[in-house]
Design a binder for this molecule. Structure first.
Ligand SMILES: Cc1ncc(COP(=O)(O)O)c(C=O)c1O
Length: 436
C-alpha cells in the first residue's frame, strides 16, 4: 500500500484505537459501494465477491433500501418494539412466516445478529421441550457469543482462549463427502453419517435429554460443505421420531443465496425453527427466529427479545429487500448466476490440480484447494495467496473452511454479467499465477 494513501493513514490510526482481535480481511477503507462494486478512500475500485460475508444479496445501497431507510429515519429510529410496537416489524414477520419452508402456522422473533438468533432458537427449543441438550456439527459455525461460540466448531480463531464453553452441547460429524469422517463414499455409504445420529444417542447424549439439533444446510464458515439429498430428510425424521426440534441455521444460506429463498427447500425439509440474518435487511443489523407457532409461542411474555431487536429502520430495509426479491426476480438471477459460476469453476478444476473440489448450491459456491489431489492435503497458504492476488487485482473474495483452504463466492445476487466476468477473469489469472 502507498504509505501516503488515505487507507494507510487510517490503518495507522486503527492500530492505535481499534482492538486487534477485531481484524479485517483487507487493508483498504471503503468510501462508497453500489451493486457489486466497492470504492475505497483512495479511489480504487473492487468487484465484490464477498458481499460483506453474504449480506448484500440485493447489492450495496440498492435505491429502494436507501429510500426505505431514509424515510423511516425521518419518522422515528427507535421506540423498542417491546415498549411501543410499530407496523413494519409485524409486516416483516408476516412476510417471513410466509416465505420460510413449512405450510404450518408460524411466528417470528426479531433480534439483531446471527449469533443472537442461534442463541434464541436454542432458548426457545429448550423452553418448549424442557430438555437441555443441543446437538451440533463438526465444521459448524453459529456465531461468537458464548452459546453460539460453544455451538461453533472451529477452535482457532473462534474458540481458542475463550472457554469455558456453555454446557450440554454435543457435536457430531457432518456430511463432508469430500473428506468423509467415516471414510466412506457417496452413494454407496447410504448416507451413514445421518443414521449415525441413532448411535450418537447411545454414545454421546440420550435422545430423551436432547432439545434440538442445529445444522447449517450448507456449512458457511466451515467450507460450503454440502450434504447429499438424503441427509436432511433422514436427520429430520430421526429428530421427529425422538421429539427433538430440528433447527436450520439459514443465516448464510438464506435469502436466495443458494438459488432458493431458503436452502432447506433443496432437501424438501420443513425445519421446526429457522434462524435468518445476513441478507435479510441488506446490511442493517437484523436477525430472526422463525418457526412453528406452538414452539415459538411456548415462551412466556418478555422471555425473549431485547432493546434493539426488530429496529424500525432495519425492518423497513427488510421489507424493501422482500419487495426487491419479487420485483427484480432475484431468485431467478441467483439460479442463472449459480449455473454460470459452476460451469466456470468446473472448467477451472479441470485445468488446475490445485482445485480438489468444487461444491455448493446456486451461487453459494466454493473451491477447496489441495496440495495433492490424492492426499487432499489442504492448501491453506495457497488459498491465502490467492485471496491476496485477487485483492491486488481488484477483486474482494474470501476464504473459509476448517483448514482455511476453501475459496468461496458470496457476491450480490444482482451483480451484472460484466462485473461477474471481471471478477472471474481475476480469479482465472490468480489460479494461473499460483500454478506457475
Ligand atoms: C450460519 C451462520 N450462523 C451464524 C452466524 C453468526 O452471525 P453474526 O455474525 O451475525 O452473529 C453466521 C455468520 O457468519 C453464519 O454464517
Amino acid at each position: 500500500m502507498n504509505p501516503s494513501s488515505k487507507s494507510e493513514h487510517m490503518s495507522q490510526l486503527r492500530s492505535k484505537v481499534v482492538a486487534r482481535g477485531y481484524s479485517s480481511a483487507t487493508s483498504c477503507y471503503v468510501e462508497s459501494a453500489r451493486g457489486a462494486v466497492v470504492r475505497d478512500v483512495d479511489g480504487r475500485e473492487f468487484i465484490d465477491f464477498a458481499g460483506g460475508i453474504g449480506v448484500m444479496s440485493v447489492g450495496h445501497s440498492h435505491p429502494k433500501v436507501v429510500a426505505a431507510i431514509k424515510d423511516q429515519a425521518e419518522k422515528f429510529t427507535h421506540t423498542c418494539f417491546m415498549v411501543l410496537p410499530y407496523a413494519s416489524a409485524v409486516k416483516l414477520a408476516e412476510k417471513l412466516c410466509a416465505v420460510t419452508p413449512g405450510s404450518f402456522p408460524k411466528a417470528t422473533l426479531f433480534i439483531n445478529s446471527g449469533a443472537e438468533a442461534c442463541e434464541n432458537a436454542v432458548k426457545i427449543a429448550r423452553y418448549y421441550t424442557k430438555k437441555p441438550a443441543i446437538i451440533c456439527f463438526e465444521n459448524g459455525f453459529h456465531g461468537r457469543t458464548l452459546l453460539a461460540m460453544s455451538l461453533t466448531s472451529k477452535v482457532k480463531p473462534y474458540k481458542f482462549g475463550f472457554g469455558p464453553f456453555a454446557p450440554e452441547i454435543y457435536r457430531m460429524p457432518y456430511a463432508y463427502c469430500y473428506r468423509c469422517p467415516f471414510g466412506l463414499k457417496y452413494p454407496s455409504c447410504d448416507v451413514a453419517c445421518a443414521d449415525y445420529l441413532k448411535k450418537f444417542f447411545i454414545s454421546h447424549v440420550a435422545a430423551e435429554r436432547t432439545a434440538a439439533l442445529i445444522a447449517e444446510p450448507v456449512q458457511g464458515e466451515g467450507g460450503f460443505v454440502t450434504p447429499p439429498p438424503e441427509y436432511f430428510p433422514k436427520l429430520n425424521k430421526i429428530c421427529h421420531e425422538n421429539g427433538i426440534i430440528f433447527i436450520a441455521d439459514e443465516i448464510q444460506t438464506g435469502m436466495g443465496r443458494t438459488g432458493k429463498m431458503f436452502a432447506m427447500e433443496h432437501w424438501k425439509v420443513e425445519p421446526d425453527l429457522m434462524t435468518v440474518a445476513k441478507s435479510l435487511a441488506a446490511g442493517m443489523p437484523l436477525s430472526a427466529v422463525v418457526g412453528r407457532k406452538e414452539i415459538m409461542d411456548a415462551v412466556h411474555p418478555s422471555g425473549v427479545g431485547g432493546t434493539y431487536g426488530g429496529n424500525p429502520v432495519a425492518c423497513r430495509a427488510g421489507l424493501a429487500v422482500m419487495e426487491i426479491f419479487e420485483e427484480e426476480n432475484v431468485l431467478q438471477k441467483a439460479k442463472v448466476l449459480g449455473k454460470k459460476l459452476r460451469e466456470r469453476f468446473d472448467t477451472l478444476k479441470k485445468e488446475y490440480e490445485l482445485i480438489g473440489d468444487v461444491r455448493g448450491m446456486g451461487p453459494m459456491l466454493a473451491l477447496e484447494l489441495v496440495k495433492d489431489r490424492e492426499t487432499k492435503e489442504p492448501a491453506a497458504e495457497e488459498a491465502k495467496a490467492f485471496v491476496k492476488l485477487c485483492y491486488e487485482k481488484g477483486l474482494i473474495i474470501l476464504s473459509c473452511g476448517s483448514f482455511g483452504n476453501v475459496i468461496r463466492t458470496l457476491m450480490p445476487l444482482v451483480i451484472t454479467d460484466e462485473q461477474v466476468e471481471r471478477g472471474l477473469a481475476i480469479m482465472e489469472d490468480g489460479f494461473a499465477a499460483l500454478s506457475k
